[in-house]
Design a protein around this ligand. Sequence first.
Ligand SMILES: *[C@@H]1O[C@H](CO)[C@@H](O)[C@H](O)[C@H]1NC(C)=O
Ligand SMILES: *[C@@H]1O[C@H](CO)[C@@H](O)[C@H](O)[C@H]1NC(C)=O
Ligand SMILES: *[C@@H]1O[C@H](CO)[C@@H](O)[C@H](O)[C@H]1NC(C)=O
Ligand SMILES: *[C@@H]1O[C@H](CO)[C@@H](O)[C@H](O)[C@H]1NC(C)=O
Ligand SMILES: *[C@@H]1O[C@H](CO)[C@@H](O)[C@H](O)[C@H]1NC(C)=O
Length: 374
Amino acid sequence: MLQPRYQFLFLVVGLLLLPTGSTTSQKKIILDNDWNPTAFIALLLPLYYNYTVLGLASDTANSWALQTGLHALASLEIASLSSCIPVYKGSDYPVMQTAYTFQNYELLYGELPWKGVFAKENTTNEKLGNDPTSGDPRRVAKEAFTTKGYYGYPNVSFAEGSAAELCIFSAGALTNVALAVRLDPEFAKNTAGLYIMGGYVDRFLDQATGDVLQADLVSDINFIVDPEVTKITLTADFPNITLVANSANGVIPDQAFLDELVAVNENPLSRLVRANQPTYLPFWDETAAAVMVDREAVVLDEVEVYVDVDTSYHSPFYGYIRPYQAALMPPGLRKVKYINAVNNTKVTEMIKTIVQFPPKSCAELKGRGVDSQD
Ligand SMILES: *[C@@H]1O[C@H](CO)[C@@H](O)[C@H](O)[C@H]1NC(C)=O
Ligand SMILES: *[C@@H]1O[C@H](CO)[C@@H](O)[C@H](O)[C@H]1NC(C)=O
Ligand SMILES: *[C@@H]1O[C@H](CO)[C@@H](O)[C@H](O)[C@H]1NC(C)=O
Ligand SMILES: *[C@@H]1O[C@H](CO)[C@@H](O)[C@H](O)[C@H]1NC(C)=O
Ligand SMILES: *[C@@H]1O[C@H](CO)[C@@H](O)[C@H](O)[C@H]1NC(C)=O
């Protein structure tokens, strides 16, 4: 459907905007994510800001790419947007990391608070409605759909072709994006940039006490799941790369927030979010998407820094970024834009608005001046 020079994007792994070839100034995007029942909020942001969404790609990070892609299909079906936004299943496996290597890492270097897809397989947990982890990437846990309020197993199908192929011809994600970078040397530089949720700096020394501060939600699972492709992506020639990591931890909904979504405008998506959004996890991906769609209003502090990614398996920092100053860095690195602080009040307002007033149909997207792909 797309040609390689298009524009893509990605998110959760990231988002990427591309220049459009048309005469309009409309931004086009492909969102690549480990989708879940409420992750579509990160899609509503660019829709609200009038981006043309060329498609969604799924990847393996919190669960396997098949299960996360089915969540994307289910969410679009509930939102009545299936006919204008295709979903592509991405690569099942990371390039190198496996459940065995991940679990060995934990034995050597300590447990990660968030293990994502490499948490041990637990059938009981899956029957209770949790997404599959470890084991066979091609199995599906239907209970993760059928036990959720105002949700369901999808009745629509994936678009033909894998996300990695799309990347080759047009779009991708971190595993998918890196495969595209390697397969098509023109890919990265022909985009309008890459936005990534990830890149934690995981430990700080408290300036006053010298204590080690280790935020307990900080395991950089998007990167750790596939360290080698992270390095490929962060050293590729995208016009620019934006990392939103620690600063994406600031907006955590409470019950009052969720209730207000429905009180202001009850609709299929506000009901779904109220029923299923955890009140203990930050809006990570949504914050990264908010930076993308309205950087000026959202970002309070950003820096430019050279980063490498630790790809040594025998390292406690396997999969983590390593910032450098230019004078001391190894060759082959590039600068990224690192978001240090965002306006949490603004991000909260944005999320409320888009969930309260989502597009009701593909026709409405057209009405907003957004091209439909159908
Ligand atoms: C999106 O487009 C509509 C219609 O063209 C316009 O009214 C609206 O202000 C735009 N939204 C944003 C956030 O720019
Ligand atoms: C598997 O999941 C169940 C339900 O969440 C939990 O009670 C049990 O402790 C888990 N088993 C292991 C080995 O972690
Ligand atoms: C698919 O159809 C079944 C049967 O009508 C329904 O129960 C389920 O909720 C639907 N799935 C979605 C995502 O709407
Ligand atoms: C990234 O590069 C693109 C293409 O040159 C440009 O349009 C865009 O404004 C840049 N974004 C940022 C955040 O610098
Ligand atoms: C943060 O956003 C809120 C709401 O839009 C605004 O009132 C406030 O001035 C912003 N704060 C800063 C520091 O920009």
